[in-house]
Design a protein around this ligand. Structure first.
Ligand code: NAP
Length: 548
């Protein structure tokens, strides 16, 4: 419900003719929206956050599937804007579980008294820029409307679920779930025949947990994925204390790496190392676990031969883990690694040695239909009590295009992005004044450590708004030339990588009909931050600032 700060009751409101209702509206109350609210409020702005869920958390509010936990190390998957917060919060595990991350975000909301400016169960359906009034007019699902000078989309990169578009789903008499929209009630798989569709990060986390509970689990795999052991476990008290004592130093170092993460990238390319050095490096990173495997060779993501060395190594690990060689071969990917997001797992491959787990390869025979009692593929019906769709998201553009966004001249974002997203730095869009996107398409976002990257965006947007207000020219819009220049650079660096070679959500290949384009910026976080800072140093280069 949207409850305007004026105290008017929720429900349909008339648009105010004078000043906008708020200085800023923020859409979403996940990591990005919460910090955006805090930051803008600290600047003295009136802010309203509109959140679809009935609580804070964003991704971590919706993704409650079995085994859901963070792939990044929890000590870096957290805010650094408040040293008190980072010193007082104690993560219990290397990779925090979904309930623990949600507790953290609830703690942040309480600690900074954020809830009083958040409307929950407020799904934004439309956002239109009113050129005459110089403000955004926002409509929510229940028909409520409000206006604000600035509109900040903190809608997340992976928040629009890829809906199951399988024939016959409405006939299915069992239960079905999507990992990205999991119920808040307890789900039991005890004594059930469960089918799971997908083998991405969400599936790879949930498969071992579901297999341990269900009578039988059938995994329907279209493409296998590379997964590295998470090596999750409790965080040792003494090590944690030592880490906390130099938290700032760890954070500063992370800012210098391409992914903005605390783990180091090997400065050597694969061909600068001997075979035994390469083997040692790969083994060390495999044993250490986690996403640091991305940094195994400096050229992993730009050199096919380096990539082949790493993938040969991983396939040998799969063969060693999975007892049945045919099954091991089916679980072994042959694409480049990293051009699809690498997964992290706990006991994923060992799960396929269990007698109650079956892998069905659907690479050559798509799911034909969901039946009353299961699903049909390859001419055969699989009888199932429950189906879990772990089929991912309409990534990065989906959350924005799910809202009817219209710029000053009435142009829709959907028409502007018909051939793929175009933005300036993933932060702003030509034709859509006073609209900002946190970790929007063509920002580094999903290729980096998300929370620090969100903080960089939020800080940049807040400073930009502060500058626009201070100089008395509150209307700010990216120019066409700046956007074109940014997109040319974005496309040029993407073409030098292996990302275009995979059918991944990074290029939109998982959503039928979506334009194929590398969506995140692949030039690395330090280069990106440098560009953002240069724009500011040059007086918000590439933007026009006007009074109305
Ligand atoms: P995903 O990586 O897109 O995986 C979706 C899976 O469903 C893929 O195996 C895909 O097969 C399959 N699929 C999609 N449509 C299908 C269809 N019509 N028929 C059969 N199979 C189909 O989605 P996700 O696992 O939800 O993960 C998305 C991203 O969220 C991750 O890459 C990661 O960035 C993030 N995530 C993070 C965490 C974490 O940090 N702990 C956990 C979960 C997710 P194809 O590969 O053939 O397309």
């Amino acid at each position: 419900m949207v409850t305007p700060s004026t105290g008017e009751s929720a429900g349909k409101r008339r648009l105010s003719a004078g000043r906008p209702d708020f200085d800023a509206v923020v859409v979403g109350a996940g990591f990005a929206g919460l910090y955006m609210l805090h930051r803008l409020r600290t600047m003295g702005l009136s802010v309203r956050v509109l959140e679809k869920g009935s609580g804070v958390g964003g991704t971590w509010y919706w993704n409650r599937y079995p085994g859901a936990r963070c792939d990044g190390d929890s000590v870096e998957y957290s805010y650094q804007f408040s040293d008190e917060l980072q010193q007082e919060w104690r993560w219990t595990e290397r990779n925090a579980s979904q309930p623990e991350i949600l507790r953290y975000l609830e703690h942040v909301a309480d600690r900074f008294d954020l809830r009083r400016d958040i409307s929950f169960e407020a799904t934004v359906t439309e956002a239109r820029f009113d050129e005459a009034a110089g403000c955004w007019r926002i409509t929510t699902g229940d028909g409520a409307q409000l206006s604000a000078t600035y509109c900040i989309m903190a809608t997340g990169c992976l928040s629009a679920v890829n809906r199951p578009a399988f024939d016959g789903l409405e006939r299915f008499q069992g239960e079905w779930y999507h990992t990205g929209a999991w119920p808040h009630e307890e789900v039991s798989f005890a004594d059930q025949h469960v089918g799971i569709i997908g083998t991405g990060s969400s599936a790879i986390q949930s498969i071992p947990v579901i297999a341990a509970e269900a009578r039988h689990l059938t995994v329907f795999q279209r493409q296998p994925n590379y997964t590295i052991p998470a090596r999750n476990g409790p965080l040792d008290e003494a090590e944690y204390a030592a880490f906390r004592a130099s938290y700032g130093e760890h954070r500063r170092r992370a800012k210098t790496t391409p992914t903005g993460s605390m783990w180091a990238v090997n400065p050597a390319t694969a061909d600068e190392m001997s075979p035994s050095e390469r083997r040692r490096e790969m083994e060390a990173r495999w044993q250490n676990g986690g996403l640091s495997f991305y940094g195994v060779f400096a050229d992993l993501l730009v050199n096919g031969e380096a990539n082949d060395i790493a993938t040969d190594f991983i396939r040998s690990k799969i063969r060693a883990e999975v007892h049945d060689p045919t099954l091991a071969a089916l679980l072994s990917p042959h694409s480049y690694m990293g051009c699809k997001r690498i997964c992290l797992d706990t006991d994923y491959y060992a799960t396929f040695n269990r007698p109650n787990v079956t892998l069905v390869d659907i690479s050559g025979a798509p799911i034909e239909e969901i039946t009353r009692t299961g699903l049909r593929t390859g001419g055969r019906e699989y009888v199932l009590d429950t189906i879990v769709f772990a089929i991912g998201f309409d990534a990065m553009t989906g959350p924005l295009l799910g809202i009817d966004i219209r710029g000053g001249d009435g142009r829709t974002l959907r028409s502007k992005w018909a051939e793929g997203p175009r933005t300036y730095l993933g932060l702003a869009i030509e034709g859509f004044p006073n609209l900002f996107t946190v970790t929007g398409p063509t920002s580094p976002s999903v290729l980096t450590s998300m929370v620090p990257t969100i903080e960089q965006h939020v800080g940049w947007i807040a400073d930009c708004i502060a500058n626009a207000r201070a100089c008395g020219r509150p209307r700010i819009e990216a120019t066409r030339e700046a956007e074109d220049r940014w997109m040319a650079h974005h496309e040029e660096v993407a073409a030098e990588t292996l990302f275009p070679s995979c059918n991944s959500w990074y290029v939109g290949a998982n959503v039928p009909g979506k334009p194929r384009t590398v969506t995140p910026y692949t030039g690395g976080m330090p280069a990106y931050v440098e560009k953002c800072e240069a724009v500011v140093a040059n007086g918000y280069e590439g933007f026009t600032l006007t009074t109305a």
